[in-house]
Design a protein around this ligand. Structure first.
Ligand code: URA
Length: 214
């Protein structure tokens, strides 16, 4: 079941997602299980976020007869990962749409200005003709997400969606204010942020938990 909270924020509410997210939130869940759960949830999220991708007719031949069926139309969709935690969401998406193109955005936070600074940017060609899905598990302050969307727009994209696992109200507000044309999809909307910018109750540092770093 999908809970629409407004035209620009969709909470993908499904018992399997809730159950798996609860396992991910628990601090003792080991990295291997955490990674696998994120992959499984991203499959379920991908199903919802790709629901209205455009289709076109194609004539095929079954073993019995010729038939007109549907296939995805236009250029392959593009998934854009905000490194490094975004890579954890990519695998499930690629399981579902193996032909998708993949872009990467690397951003770090400048300690003085607290603004995101770009250190890596690589996109497939013809972004203007593709449906683009930008992914980052945690929409916390929203600053990185808003910066990533700006960069992807500058590279030519104009059909953009944003997918996360957990959103904080502040992140939704920041992204919505900067890019009101970008719909946001999330598995959960949590309470808020702590003084270090972590989502509460959240699930901690996703990059560290995914890759076993600290
Ligand atoms: N990034 C994370 O990994 N976790 C948060 O809670 C916020 C940002």
């Amino acid at each position: 079941m999908t809970k629409a909270t407004g035209h620009d924020l969709t909470i993908v509410d499904h018992p399997l997602i809730r159950h798996k997210l609860t396992l991910m939130r628990q601090k003792d869940t080991p990295s291997a299980q955490f990674r696998q759960l994120l992959r499984e949830i991203s499959l379920l999220l991908a199903y919802e976020v790709t629901r209205d991708l455009p289709l076109q007719d194609i004539e095929i031949e079954t073993p019995l007869e010729k038939s007109v069926q549907k296939q995805l139309s236009g250029k392959k969709p593009c998934f854009v990962s905000i490194m490094r935690a975004g890579d954890g969401l990519l695998q499930g998406l690629l399981d579902l749409v193996p032909s998708a193109r993949v872009g990467h955005v690397g951003l770090y936070r400048d300690h003085e200005t607290l603004k995101p600074v770009q250190y890596y940017f690589k996109m497939p060609h013809s972004l203007d003709e593709r449906h683009v899905l930008i992914v980052d598990p945690m929409l916390a302050t929203g600053n990185s997400a808003a910066a990533a969307v700006s960069l992807v727009k500058e590279a030519g994209a104009d059909k953009i969606r944003f997918l996360c696992l957990v959103a904080a109200p502040k992140g939704v507000e920041t992204l919505r204010a900067a890019h009101p044309d970008v719909p946001i999809f999330s598995a959960a909307l949590d309470d808020g942020l702590n003084e270090h910018g972590y989502i509460t109750p959240g699930l901690g540092d996703v990059g560290d938990r995914l890759f076993g770093t600290k």
